[in-house]
Design a protein around this ligand. Structure first.
Ligand code: NAP
Length: 325
């Protein structure tokens, strides 16, 4: 029986691991079979994480967080959780390889997933002109005319990054005002390769084997037009990854995991949440890291209380030393 299993390996997961490891709880991080590190693995320079005055590459930051967690004894499992049983005193997690992990507590830090436009052809042309990751796919669009959809920090960051490759980058936004931070706006709008298309929604994605064009609808006049492009980067935000837990822990109306006040305590005793999975508002690497710290401290207090109760009742407690799994 493990003291704590942490699901997810973004800034929240690694910070929870650093804190719980230093508290002697020997955390296990189930970090994904495909790529550890979460969303920051898909970014380039992170300029707003304190402690790096010259910025730091997202993947480097995540690698360093993982190394810090491992230095204090975190066990990392490169697998995906496919099933959870959270409601009992012993939490049971099953992975895609069929392994089972039993734990006294669980920290959910599964982050969020890219939002889709939900249009026909979106999936079919994914990898054939349609993408959600500029840093992964930007290279393929050298000297091409492309578009980015969205008006937030992600869209502007991606549009700016893509000007390194593309000859032109349209920025398609459904309003005439951007949501992104001022500095991101200034940087993108000053770039002569970026041309905003305001008040416009992508309503169709066209192409046989490769993306050829998108159909736009003006959100004010309803007028339709065709935009010929070879690349479409969708950067319209993320949704919290809660599918595995939604039938066991309470969610908010925004779809994030509900927690008690400023704590990380979910509706299920012994289950804590951290990072983007509980945060519909701030969603920064630094807030996710802070949230991972909160979850670790809440988890530590919960386990200490359980141990105290067991001591008072004279019941031998389960611990990592008596691990059966
Ligand atoms: P976001 O802030 O939620 O912005 C999403 C954008 O997509 C909005 O402009 C929204 O339009 C638009 N949108 C949403 N659904 C749409 C749809 N179905 N069709 C067309 N447009 C749609 O998401 P984000 O840009 O991914 O940023 C998420 C968080 O990460 C934010 O807190 C952001 O500050 C942070 N972030 C920070 C950095 C950085 O600091 N370097 C970089 C990336 C992200 P409306 O504006 O009309 O709602």
């Amino acid at each position: 029986m493990h003291d704590v299993v942490i699901i997810g390996s973004g800034p929240a997961g690694w910070t929870a691991a650093i804190y719980t490891a230093r508290a002697g709880l020997k955390p296990v991080v189930i970090a994904s079979s495909v790529e550890t590190g979460g969303e920051l693995m898909k970014t380039t320079a992170v300029e707003n994480f304190p402690g790096f005055p010259d910025g730091v590459q997202g993947p480097d930051l995540m690698t360093q967080m993982q190394q810090q967690a491992e230095r204090f004894g975190t066990e990392v499992v490169y697998d995906d959780v496919t099933d959870v049983k959270l409601l009992g005193d012993t939490k049971v997690l099953t992975t895609s390889l069929g392994d089972t992990y039993e734990a006294r507590s669980v920290i959910i830090s599964t982050g969020s997933a890219y939002r889709r436009l939900d249009l026909p052809n979106e999936d079919r042309l994914s990898g054939h002109g349609v993408s959600w990751c500029a840093t992964c796919d930007g290279f393929f669009f050298r000297d091409k005319v492309i578009a980015v959809v969205g008006g937030g920090d992600s869209a502007l960051e991606e549009a700016t990054f893509l000007t390194r490759f593309a000859s032109k980058v349209y920025l398609i936004h459904r309003r005439d005002e951007l949501r992104a931070s001022k500095i991101m706006q200034q940087r993108a709008l000053a770039n002569e390769k970026i041309e905003p298309i305001w008040n416009s929604q992508v309503v169709a994605i066209e192409g046989e084997d490769e993306l050829r064009s998108v159909e736009l609808q003006n959100t004010v006049t309803g007028e339709r037009s065709t935009l010929d492009i070879e690349g479409l980067f969708i950067a319209i935000g993320n949704d919290p990854r809660t599918d595995l837990f939604a039938d066991q822990v309470d969610l908010t109306t925004e779809g994030t995991i509900a927690v008690e006040g400023r704590s990380s305590r979910t509706s299920v005793p012994g289950v804590f949440a951290a990072g983007d999975v509980l945060d519909a508002t701030y969603r920064q690497a630094i807030t996710a890291a802070g949230s991972g710290c909160v979850a670790a401290i809440d988890c530590e207090h919960y386990l200490a209380d359980l141990d105290d109760q067991a001591d008072e009742a004279g019941v031998p407690m389960a611990s990592a030393e008596t691990a059966a799994v």
